[in-house]
Design a protein around this ligand. Structure first.
Ligand code: ADP
Length: 616
């Protein structure tokens, strides 16, 4: 019943009861009835009664007050000061004892009352089954109520009240106290990372957030981070392992690599960078990429231009595609030619980072230069050789013409006058030989004059070219079965030379043919156009060529058959080869002795896009 009274009601009841007790004692004294036991009883009983409603401090004041009232009765009326001291001791003992018990009881009830209020606000079931550790705490950090997670994780006895200092890691106590203050000031705190200690002394890392429920109570949610921390630790371990592996791998590369992160700080520079630039690569790591670049840019011959490019690329997050830079030799640094690339990292995780990549191309450059030099020399000597053969052939023709002409006159005008049978034979042979020599020289001159400039190439309608060739060879083609595909493609090249090429191959196909009806087929391979070159072929049913000669026949003056059987100098296929090669094509033969041969060659096609435009 007393618990339902408020503080003022209790004080009023105490004063009234006590007043009545004092009045009773005074009345007894006035009536002359004055035994010491009665005084004890009259003042002690109400003291006990009133004390049951008061806390410790109130009780002590009351006991002292009662003693003050008892003083005149016990000392002056009964003349017993020792009784008075006994009364004081009794009053303090009874009052203090009862007050102390009351106070404890009140506190417990208050806690229970607060917790009860909280129950009204939070559904108990949700509260109990929550995965987070939930504590209702007061301003001092005393846990007023806690849930199942708290009990199972921290495992302190359920009935006991928990204090901050018991379950928070000693190193984090100051932090939590500060947060508690902030909680009651601001109403909320969050993202606090600290450690709890369980009853069995396990450290539990938690992430804490708390909200204020009223001016005395707050609710704390703590997420157990043990699993997350363990995962993070494992991840860090794995990452460290891979990082180590990657760093080792990158260090063994011949290329120089510098990696920077999204904050544009260098996170790695490999060993080769140190070698290339003659610097301590560790001095680049951890600093900003611009500053790192400043530390080695001076080793380049064209440092200013490179600096401008790099700065622009870093600012605009663009890539730098192969850029050739020259490293100046110095102490601890070799002269090098490097191919530099700077590539922004595009993956989600490292976006904003870059890879600077330097490849040593010194040897390639040296080889390239050597090769260029050799090609230039080769071209020069080829040119000289061609000039030489042209001049020689040309000069040879003059005396040859004289020999041929005079041997002709001899045979015509002096056959019967000065020459006997043997002499006529000798002069006839001399005349024929000089004729053949003229043909050889003509072929040689023709071969050495085949020089084509790709810029002069034109669109060549092969169908039309073949019609013209057919007309030119009309006499030879009599009695020959010649088939030409009707959809011959248009190519890019020299029209005259392509005509000469077909003409030579057709002539050979007729010449080296022993069949009653020589049959020729000229066509092209339809699947050959895709690589920019078209493959044509000239197929015959002639005598064929043995496998071992199929390459030799393309050399100049190479003849397989006796001159008496087949006329010709042996230069025709060499000229064909030269024409095809000047078109950057190839020529080859497939043949079977007695059955026939097929000569293939490739010529560049006309750019398909342009062809469409031209036709339109
Ligand atoms: P030639 O002036 O002797 O015809 P080519 O260079 O044109 O010289 O040919 C070289 C040799 O290749 C010929 O002597 C011949 O033996 C052989 N040859 C060329 N074309 C054919 C062919 N269609 N069939 C068989 N043999 C051929």
């Amino acid at each position: 019943m007393t618990s339902r009274l408020n503080k003022t009601e209790k004080i009023v009841i105490s004063i009234v009861t006590y007043g009545m007790a004092v009045l009773t004692v005074i009345l007894l004294f006035i009536s002359g009835f004055r035994p010491a036991g009665l005084v004890f009883l009259a003042l002690g009983l109400p003291l006990i009664l009133v004390a049951t409603t008061l806390k410790l401090t109130g009780c002590i004041i009351l006991a002292l007050g009662t003693s003050a009232v008892a003083l005149p009765f016990l000392v002056f009326e009964l003349h017993a000061p020792d009784l008075f001291l006994a009364f004081v001791a009794m009053s303090l003992a009874i009052g203090g004892g009862i007050g102390l018990i009351n106070q404890r009881h009140e506190e417990r009830k208050e806690r229970w009352r607060r917790a009860k209020t909280l129950d009204d606000r939070f559904d108990d079931q949700i509260f109990e089954s929550a995965l987070d550790i939930i504590h209702f705490v007061d301003k001092e950090g005393t846990v007023l109520k806690r849930n199942e997670s708290s009990r199972s994780v921290l495992s302190y006895p359920t009935k006991r009240t928990l204090q901050l200092s018991e379950y928070v890691h000693p190193d984090d106590i100051d932090q939590i106290k500060g947060e508690l203050l902030r909680l009651f000031e601001r109403g909320e705190v969050r993202d606090i990372k600290l450690r709890f200690i369980s009853q069995d002394k396990k450290i539990i890392p938690v992430e804490l957030r708390a909200t204020r429920v009223n001016e005395r109570v707050g609710v704390m949610h703590a997420r157990d981070l043990r699993r997350q921390v363990e995962l993070e630790r494992q991840l860090m371990e794995t990452e460290a392992r891979y990082r180590y592996l990657i760093e080792e791998a990158v260090d063994t590369l011949d290329s120089g690599i510098i990696i920077s992160d999204k904050k544009q700080q260098v996170v790695w520079a490999n060993k080769t960078i140190g070698e290339f630039f003659g610097i301590d690569r560790d001095r680049l790591i951890g600093i900003e990429i611009h500053r790192a670049f400043d530390r080695y840019v001076n080793v380049f011959e064209d440092s200013q231009e490179l600096r401008a490019r790099v700065e622009e690329a870093i600012t605009t997050r663009a890539r730098i595609d192969p850029y050739t830079c020259h490293v100046r030799p110095s102490m601890g640094r070799e002269e090098r030619v490097l191919e530099y690339r700077s590539i922004p990292i595009e993956t989600e995780r490292y976006k904003g980072g870059r890879i600077e990549h330097y490849i040593d191309i010194t040897k390639i450059k040296q080889l390239e230069e050597g090769l260029l030099e050799k090609t230039r020399n080769l071209e020069k000597s080829n040119e000289k050789l061609e000039q030489f053969s042209h001049v020689v052939s040309h000069d040879l023709k003059e005396p040859l013409r004289t020999v041929e002409a005079f041997s002709g006159y001899l045979l015509e005008d002096y056959r019967d006058k000065v020459l006997d049978e043997e002499g006529i034979d000798m002069v006839t042979r001399m005349h024929r030989a000089s004729g053949r020599m003229r043909e050889l020289i003509d072929d040689l001159l023709n071969l050495s004059s085949i020089r084509m400039d790709r810029a002069s190439f034109e669109r060549v309608n092969v169908q039309k070219v073949l019609e013209e060739v057919k007309d030119d060879l009309e006499m030879r083609l009599r009695g020959v079965n010649l088939q030409i595909d009707e959809d011959m493609p248009t190519v890019k090249g020299s029209r005259i030379r392509i005509a000469e090429l077909f003409s030579n191959l057709i002539t050979n196909a007729i010449k080296y043919n022993d069949k009653a009806l020589p049959t020729l087929h000229i066509g092209w391979l339809r699947d050959s156009k895709n690589k920019g070159m078209c493959t044509f072929y000239v197929k015959d049913n002639g005598i064929g060529i043995e496998g071992r000669y199929q390459e030799r026949i393309f050399a100049i003056f190479e003849k397989l058959n006796p001159r008496e059987d087949y006329e010709g100098t042996g230069a025709g296929l060499a000229i064909c080869k030269r024409i095809v090669e000047e078109h950057k094509g190839e020529i080859w033969v497939e043949s079977e002795v007695g059955k026939g041969s097929t000569f293939y060659f490739t010529i560049p096609t006309v750019d398909a896009r342009r062809e469409v435009e031209t036709n339109a």
